[in-house]
Structure formats: C-alpha cells, structure tokens
Design a protein around this ligand. Structure first.
Ligand code: TYM
Length: 337
C-alpha cells in the first residue's frame, strides 16, 4: 500500500510558533519522502462562528504561510477543505460509525465548549469525525501534527478500524501520528503549563509567524521565568515548565537536541537564554516572513495554488468515496436504455 501524508491547519487567525514547530516545519521535511496533502481546514474553522471576510483572508494567509515555509506546491497538494465536497460527505458516513461515547471523551471538545456544553455547536462535537474523514478520504497513512492532536488521531484510527470491521473490509489504513521534533507542544510564553494557542487573549503569550524582530524580542524578554538558574540536566527541568518551554523552543529553532540546549545554558540566568533565543528566532523566521509578505501581495498566485490543489485533491478523493459508498451499499443506479 502506498504511503501518503495528510495534515491540516485551521484558518482562524494568526499562525504561531506552535503551529510552525509542531507541524508545518515537519511537513517541509516529510515532503522529501512522502506524497503529501496539506489542507487549510476551513470546514473545521466554522465549528465556531467566523467572520466570512476574515475566513476568506485567513484561508489565503495560511496557504501563503505553507508556501513561505517551503512546501512545494508543484510536487504536493495545498488546498482548502470546503472545496472538496468529499470531506463533508465522508464525515457524515463516519458520524454513523463513531460512537457518542468516543467523542464525549475528547479533551479538546471539553476545553473548547467550556462549562456551557449545551451551547456548543453540533459541529464542534462532531469535529473529530471530520478530521478522520479528512485523512481517510485520501487513505492517508501518516499524519504529522503537534501533540495536542494525538487524541483525535487515536480516534481516527478507532473509526477506521471499526469501519473495516463493520463491513469486513480493509478499506482504510490505520493512520499513524507523526509527532516529531523537540517542540511537539509549545507552551504559552506567559504560562508554561498552558499551550501556546491562537485563542489565548494575550498576544504576549505567543510568537506569531508575522511578528517582526522587535516584537519577537520584546515578547521573549517578557516571557515568564522562575527565580532559579537554568539546570544542568533534563531531570532538572521537572516542575520548571517555563525553563523547559524556552529551552525546547531554542532547541527546535537552533536545530540541536534538548540535551545540547540544556548543556549550553547550564547554570546561566534566563536572560542569557532569552537573548540567544531572540536571535535564533529572528534569524529563523525572518526569511520566511519576507517570502510570506511577498506572497500575500500576490493573491493571484496563492489562489491558483489553491485551485490547482483542489482539482488534484478531488481527483484523489473521488475513487475512495466511491469505494466507501460501494462497501456501505449505496446504490449507483444506471439509466436503462
Ligand atoms: P490547529 O489548526 O489547531 O493546529 C495546526 C497544527 O499545529 C499544531 N499545534 C501545535 N503544536 C505544538 N505546540 C502548540 N502549542 C501547537 N498548537 C497547534 C497542531 O497539533 C496541528 O498539527 N484539528 C486540527 C487540524 C486538522 C487536521 C486534520 C490535522 C483538521 N483535519 C487532519 C491533521 C489531519 C487543528 O485544529 O489544528
């Protein structure tokens, strides 16, 4: 069976360093080994209300960020989810395979819905089924994501296995998560126990992919620390979430192991780490940001990448959807002559 990578990012505002280090940067590496589809998941975004004009611009921005990060849109497919109707169709079929109890255990739903679950959209609850559909529509085998998506991927595997079992087929491969690198869970700069996230109200909590050098340096300077010197071993990072986070980000951006990062700053004050982290972050992000700005000024190019991607994705999706329909017993009646 051929191996295929599928992954996605929601077009809900600024991409941040977590999206980059947890996901997009790994995609750039994986494209040398696998056939890949990278999706701007606009259908996922609308599980909470989105301003239509902003959704359109964010969709272009996320596609531009993928290109600026180095995804090759000639070799691989960059597209937006809503334009390949198979995602929504397969999601419905998988709604009928997945169990309420499975979805009820999803921690991301619990976090996003908050206390008032009755007021959450049905889409927010069913969201992991759509995510499973995204991957399975292309028989995706490998899914590079940050750690926060691990539970959703386990569910996707359960759904694929139940489908195969219910119909006695091997229609779907069980997709494997690829959680790679030293920054699989980048934490907030303001609180090392919380995930860096687009929805966090304080912009100081994250480094956005669009932040300029001064902003990056200012945010890192203001990042939360603790009163001790930096430790000389990874064990010394236990119960020191801020130190672990800043060292993890440094290691990822400087492309060194966590052990090497710890050794570099052993016994030093946070300010030394922060200065070097700012330098390495700016050096790493600046070329990408220049390219990103150039691409955003060329809407026509980004749109043509997306529309070509949509065509190619539709072509791959159609036979899989047809196969699923046949397996489930949907009649394709032919007109009689
Ligand atoms: P989204 O848009 O929240 O995030 C996109 C990618 O960034 C990763 N990520 C992080 N990694 C490390 N540290 C962080 N603080 C951090 N925050 C986000 C996410 O793990 C993700 O890889 N449901 C998905 C999108 C999706 C998808 C899919 C992914 C839809 N269908 C199919 C893979 C396959 C999401 O909301 O990601």
């Amino acid at each position: 069976m051929s191996e295929r990578v599928f992954s996605g990012v929601q077009p809900t505002g600024n991409l941040h360093l977590g999206n980059y280090l947890g996901a997009i940067r790994n995609w750039v590496t994986l494209q040398n080994t696998y056939e890949c589809l990278f999706c701007v998941v606009d259908l996922h975004a609308v599980t909470v209300w989105q301003d239509p004009a902003k959704l359109r611009s964010s969709t272009r921005e996320v596609a531009a960020a993928m290109l600026a990060a180095g995804i090759d849109s000639e070799k691989h497919i960059i597209f937006n989810q809503s334009q390949v109707s198979g995602h929504a169709e397969l999601a419905w079929l998988l709604n009928c395979v997945a169990r309420m109890g499975w979805l009820g255990r999803m921690t991301q739903f619990k976090e996003k819905a908050g206390k008032d679950r009755e007021a959450a959209s049905v889409g927010l609850f069913a969201y992991p089924n759509l995510m499973a559909a995204d991957i399975l529509l292309y028989k995706g085998t490998h899914v590079p994501v940050g750690e926060d998506q691990k539970q959703h991927l386990e569910l996707a595997r359960d759904i694929a296995a139940k489908f195969n079992n219910d119909f006695g087929t091997e229609t779907f491969p069980l997709p494997e998560p690829l959680i790679l690198g030293t920054a699989t869970r980048v934490m907030s700069l303001k609180d090392g126990t919380r995930k860096m996230s687009k929805s966090e109200p304080s912009d100081l909590s994250r480094i956005n992919m669009t932040d300029d050098a001064d902003t990056i340096a200012r945010k890192i300077k203001k990042a939360k620390t603790d009163p001790d010197f930096l430790p000389d071993s990874i064990k010394g990072l236990e119960s020191r979430p801020e130190a672990r986070n800043l060292l993890g980000i440094y290691a990822a951006l400087a492309d060194v192991s966590m052990e090497a990062a710890v050794a570099t700053f052993a016994g030093q004050q946070f300010s030394v780490l922060k200065d070097q982290l700012s330098d390495v972050a700016v050096a790493h992000l600046a070329p990408m940001q220049d390219e990103y700005r150039r691409l955003l000024a060329d809407k026509g190019h980004v749109d043509s990448v997306l529309s070509k991607g949509v065509e190619r994705a539709r072509t791959l999706a159609a036979p899989v959807l047809r196969e699923v329909q046949d397996v489930m017993g949907f009649l394709h009646a032919k007109p009689s002559r």
